[in-house]
Design a protein around this ligand. Structure first.
Ligand code: CA
Ligand code: CA
Length: 112
C-alpha cells in the first residue's frame, strides 16, 4: 500500500516543500499539513504501519531519520536534532520509541 492511498499527493508535496532545509522540520506542522489529524484511527494505524519499516510495532530513531522518505524517495533524511524533537513530541512514556497509541494520542493533542 502506498501512503498516497491515504493522504493527498498535493498535501504531501506542500508539506515536504515546507521542510526542505535542514532543521526546518516540525512534526506537528508537518502532520497538520498532510491532514493527518482529520484521519480515522484506522487510517492512522495504516500510516503507522508504513512508517514502522521493520514492523515491530514501534517507530524507532532510525525509522524517524528516514521519515520524510516514506513520502518521497527524493526527500532528505532528518537531522539528529530534528529526530530528537520528533521523538520527544511523540514518545509520551519515554521508552525511546513511538508506539501506535502514542502516535494517535500526540495527534489528538496537537489539535486534531
Ligand atoms: Ca520499527
Ligand atoms: Ca514510547
Amino acid at each position: 500500500m502506498a501512503i498516497t492511498d491515504i493522504l493527498s499527493a498535493k498535501d504531501i508535496e506542500s508539506a515536504l516543500s515546507s521542510c526542505q532545509a535542514d532543521g526546518s522540520f516540525n512534526c506537528k506542522s508537518f502532520f497538520s499539513m498532510i491532514g493527518l489529524s482529520s484521519k480515522t484511527p484506522d487510517q492512522i494505524k495504516k500510516i503507522f504501519g508504513i512508517l514502522d519499516q521493520d514492523n515491530n510495532g514501534f517507530i524507532e530513531e532510525d525509522e524517524l531519520q528516514l521519515f520524510l522518505k516514506n513520502f518521497s524517495s527524493s526527500a532528505r533524511a532528518l537531522t539528529p536534532a530534528e529526530i530528537k524533537d520528533f521523538m520527544a513530541a511523540g514518545d509520551s512514556d519515554g521508552d525511546g520509541k513511538i508506539g501506535v497509541e502514542e502516535e494517535y494520542l500526540s495527534l489528538r493533542l496537537s489539535g486534531g
